[in-house]
Design a protein around this ligand. Structure first.
Ligand SMILES: NC(=O)c1ccc[n+]([C@@H]2O[C@H](COP(=O)([O-])OP(=O)(O)OC[C@H]3O[C@@H](n4cnc5c(N)ncnc54)[C@H](OP(=O)(O)O)[C@@H]3O)[C@@H](O)[C@H]2O)c1
Length: 259
């Protein structure tokens, strides 16, 4: 499976931490070139580029990007065009936290339109504009694979997660629409939906310790998810092994959702 990634390019939002970083390394190991975005961690991005180019012998570039301004994806892809010959895979991964989610990451009765809108913009609108720009480039090379990273918080209750959970439900539906319309261009669109994964985003949960213990208790595998657990699913969905998989949501939850 791995040879097929050599000379191809992955574009991914939010490559500097957590799940995005694990995906960057999974694709680098497979030989793909990587264009990834960062928001605040320019230095981490620089260090990653050096490491990726030295240890994996691939081309890697990082670009500053804010998912709260999805229209700027257009300029971003133009910059990527200057640096990379082709785009084969696009993964919409970045997520906002902190001040931007105030009024969105909270209990139902405290939800505010601004917080909900920010989460929707970062989750759904960013996926739409990024996937549109990526699809235009994929069409030129005969096809490609697009993935949105989602969460099982749209299937099961997670405290304070109403804003995120509803935006994730929306982006999963959006991905199915995209898959239906882009199939004729040989572009597959799928979702990887994770259960609780140990990253900064989850550590920012006010009830992190509680969520962590509950996940360990719920999972038949008796552990939390790690970023690498989602990265393998992304590599599979972008590979030719998944050539008839589109419009699908691949749940990677350590068995927690059923229990
Ligand atoms: N953690 C979980 O339990 C879990 C479970 C299922 C699904 N997910 C999903 O997986 C994805 C990644 O989550 P994560 O847990 O890996 O998050 P994370 O560790 O908090 O990393 C967030 C990434 O997004 C970037 N970012 C933050 N604010 C941004 C902004 N305004 N514009 C553009 N980029 C921004 C960060 O860049 P900087 O480092 O430069 O700030 C970082 O690379 C998200 O879609 C999330 O919903 C997470």
């Amino acid at each position: 499976m791995n040879q097929e990634f050599q000379g191809k390019t992955l574009v991914i939002s939010g490559g500097t931490r957590g799940i995005g970083k694990a995906i960057v390394y999974e694709f680098a190991k497979a030989g793909a070139n990587i264009a990834f975005t960062y928001n605040s961690n320019a230095q981490i991005a620089e260090e990653m580029i050096k490491d990726l180019e030295t240890n994996y012998k691939i081309k890697a570039k990082a670009y500053e990007f804010n998912i709260l301004e999805p229209e700027t994806y257009k300029e971003l892809f133009e910059k990527i065009d200057q640096d990379f010959e082709r785009i084969d895979y696009f993964i919409s991964n970045a997520i906002i936290s902190g001040r931007a989610v105030v009024g969105g990451y909270t209990k139902f009765m405290k939800l505010k339109p601004k917080g909900i809108n920010n989460i929707f913009t970062a989750t759904v609108n960013a996926f739409v504009v990024g996937a549109q720009e990526a699809a235009k480039r994929m069409e030129k090379v005969g096809g490609g694979s697009i993935i949105s990273i989602s969460s099982t918080g749209n299937l099961v209750y997670i405290e304070n997660y109403a804003g995120h959970g509803t935006a994730k439900a929306a982006v999963e539906a959006m991905a199915r629409y995209a898959a239906t319309e882009l199939g004729e261009k040989n572009i597959r669109v799928n979702v990887v939906s994770g259960g609780p994964i140990e990253t900064d985003a989850l550590r920012a949960f006010t009830n992190y310790e509680e969520v962590k213990q509950a996940t360990i208790d719920l999972s038949p595998l008796n552990r939390m998810g790690q970023p690498e657990d989602l990265a393998g699913a992304c590599l599979f969905l972008c590979s030719s092994k998944a050539s008839w998989v589109t419009g699908h949501t691949f749940i990677v939850d350590g068995g927690t959702t059923f229990k």
